[in-house]
Design a protein around this ligand. Structure first.
Ligand SMILES: C[S@@+](CC[C@H](N)C(=O)[O-])C[C@H]1O[C@@H](n2cnc3c(N)ncnc32)[C@H](O)[C@@H]1O
Length: 183
């Protein structure tokens, strides 16, 4: 047993090093850093709030649903499983895209996840969008929507479009707002 100890120590040291490097690559990849510096890092919306938002925006199985900044893919799974919508996720963080693709596979949800800056997304493809971003991204997204003259239903968790009148605002159990738009 004593003769095995150095081998076990070497294996343990190697594994710890491997895990540390993997974690560092994951969190310090340029795409992850970008998502922290844009002010909309990965903070998944609670399941109950997503369901309330999708119900309020009137999502149906006829709709193509986009989550702009799709994170772990949580809303895509709910939109597909509970509402029957066709789902597309957009996220510029490669680790998030990888995680969400795995999550969709595990939950047997057919959907597309695109690694892209949401400000470059072709919104003509979407009927309904969900967002949980930041005030500055909402302002930029509003400019894009107005410039491209797209027609959309939007459910936005926590943050509103500064220059658009919402159709309704829901207060959630955890004290947050869900802004609903019909643009
Ligand atoms: C607060 S999380 C919301 C995640 C998910 N929508 C949810 O509600 O659970 C914001 C997400 O937006 C992504 N994101 C931030 N800026 C983005 C951008 N310009 N283009 C694409 N994704 C972006 C982040 O990587 C992160 O996954």
């Amino acid at each position: 047993m004593n003769s095995l100890r150095p081998i076990i120590l070497i294996i343990t040291a190697f594994l710890s090093m491997f895990i540390s490097v993997a974690v560092l690559i994951f969190f310090l990849s340029p795409s992850s850093i970008k998502s922290y510096t844009t002010g909309a890092p990965l903070v998944p919306t609670p399941k109950k709030e997503i369901k309330a938002a999708l119900k309020a925006v009137g999502l149906t199985s006829e709709d193509r649903f986009f989550d702009l900044g799709s994170g772990t893919g949580k809303s895509l799974i709910i939109a597909s499983k509970d509402f029957g919508a066709e789902v597309v996720g957009i996220d510029h963080s490669r680790p998030n895209v990888l995680i969400s693709r795995i999550n969709l596979k595990v939950k047997k949800v057919k959907g597309k996840i695109i690694c892209q800056n949401l400000l470059k997304t072709d919104l003509r493809e979407a009927d309904v969008i969900f967002t949980y971003l930041s005030p500055s991204l909402m302002e930029k997204l509003e400019k894009k929507i107005k410039k491209e003259k797209v027609s959309l239903r939007v459910a936005s968790y926590c943050f509103s479009f500064p220059g658009l009148k919402e159709e309704k605002v829901l207060k959630t159990a955890n004290g947050k707002n869900i802004f609903i738009y019909d643009i």
